[in-house]
Design a protein around this ligand. Structure first.
Ligand code: UD1
Length: 416
């Protein structure tokens, strides 16, 4: 039987919520634990399916893993350089083990990744970049087979500032001989977290805007590191607060990392207050219509495109939402329309969102993590009962979702 989430909407969310560690930071940090045999101890690790998948992955590759309640220790030698297909199919970020495996063992076999169903997601930039560092890449039976007899630093230019390709190259270059410079590197806050983590282990990496310079080192030391907080989860709860005309404070966040969202919410007439490591939104009226365009950081994050679209279905007037990071990331649109939203799509990756005064609950299906988040927000804002299937997608990216929302006054339950 498929699990469901039932939401009884229409209650303004009110209260304060501590945000947990970032999925998109924890995953590359766990992958990069393969770069050393020494013990890596991570704290503030979110309790998520994707984190479990990455822990299984490093375990399958030979590492011993232990820990509970947001803490994880990883240590030991790599004893296999074949990434299991079932784990890579589950989650695209598993592909990040490619660089550490080839850097440490000279060979890696990693199936071509799966993950969220959000358009074509090639790995060409990862592979071309690794080739520049001396890795020989072949494709055999749906797998990437990478071989290297020692890596050597080089200049790499990314045609697009891919987050995953930048992370892959940082990990490889850390173990390469000599200096690497990555031009047009991704600048997402999670990249900085990976760099801080590796530098704490003895790597020599400097970020200068979109250029990242890395001096290769021979070994990395043991370390203890706290995963940065999840700016996308923080953004999702803030948007939910605004969509229900409530008042929600998120704490333990890096306010600068959430800025692209905070500024958009202010544009939409929502009160946003930042203080130290917390952000509060308060709203008692419908938002103003706005224009949103997703871009690499510090542009508006594609991971909040679906959630903010849910908010804009309630705006006064017509909003425009343009997705430029992924080819197709609009599976939430027909589902939001079932709930009374009025969203039309063009073939140029643009949505026109006509704001409505009210929405009504119905049965909808989540098809990826952030589409699921949009449906939860819409369900909280709508009148009546919303039933969401595809809950497993939400488990990949939102820890303690039901408890967190209940603590903010939402009425929802999860059932088989
Ligand atoms: C990461 C995030 C994901 C977020 C995305 C963009 C993790 C685990 N996931 O995904 O939540 O939505 O950044 O902020 O951190 N591309 C290529 N060739 C490549 C690599 C990427 O064409 O070799 C394209 C992709 O198809 C996509 C765009 O570049 O259209 C962005 O992808 P990328 O930045 O690599 O995202 P991910 O690292 O997969």
């Amino acid at each position: 039987m498929r699990e469901k989430l039932t939401i009884h909407g229409g209650t303004p969310l009110k209260g304060t919520l501590e945000i947990s560690g970032a999925k998109n930071s924890a995953l590359p940090l766990l992958a990069s634990s393969l770069l050393t045999e020494q013990r890596v101890h991570l704290t503030n690790v979110p309790d998520l399916k994707d984190v479990e998948t990455m822990l299984s992955m490093v375990g399958e590759l030979g590492k011993s893993t232990s820990g509970e309640a947001g803490e994880v220790s990883i240590a030991g030698k790599i004893d296999s350089n074949h990434a299991p297909a079932d784990l890579v199919k589950k989650m695209r970020a598993s592909f990040l083990v490619l660089a550490p495996l080839v850097a440490r063992t000279g060979k890696a076999e990693v199936p071509i990744p799966g993950g969220c169903n959000i358009g074509t997601r090639p790995v060409d930039l990862h592979l071309k970049g690794l080739e520049r560092l001396g890795v020989n890449i072949a494709q055999e039976d749906g797998k990437i087979v990478a071989r290297a007899d020692g890596l050597s630093g080089n200049d790499v230019f990314l045609n697009y500032p891919s987050v995953g390709a930048t992370e892959q190259l940082i990990m490889a270059a850390t173990m390469a001989k000599g200096e690497t410079a990555i031009y047009n590197a991704a600048q997402e806050p999670e990249i900085r977290d990976l760099v801080n983590f590796l530098n704490q282990m003895g790597a020599e990496i400097r970020i200068n805007g979109s250029i990242i310079r890395i001096n290769g080192v021979e070994e990395l030391d043991r370390t203890e590191y706290r995963v940065m907080s999840d700016r996308i989860a923080a953004g999702t709860y803030l948007i939910a607060g605004a969509a229900t005309a409530g008042s929600v404070t998120v704490t333990g966040v890096d306010t600068s990392a959430v800025k692209p969202l905070s500024l958009k919410l202010k544009n939409a007439g929502i009160t946003v207050r930042e203080k130290d490591n917390s952000i509060k939104v308060a709203s008692s009226e419908r938002p103003e219509n706005i224009e949103v365009i997703t871009l690499p950081y510090p542009g508006f994050p594609t991971d909040l495109q679906a959630p903010i679209t849910a908010l804009l279905t309630l705006a006064r007037g017509k909003s425009v939402v343009k997705e430029t990071v992924f080819d197709s990331r609009f599976d939430h649109v027909p589902e939001l329309n079932k709930m009374g939203a009025d969203i039309s799509m063009t073939n140029s990756n643009t949505l026109f969102v006509e704001g409505k005064t009210s929405l009504r609950g119905t049965e909808v299906e989540a098809t990826d993590i952030r589409a699921g988040a949009a449906l939860v927000i819409e369900g909280l804002a709508a009148e009546g009962k919303t039933t969401i299937t595809g809950v497993k997608h939400l488990d990949r990216g939102y820890s303690n979702l039901v408890t967190n929302l209940r603590n903010l006054g939402a009425q929802l339950e999860r059932h088989k």
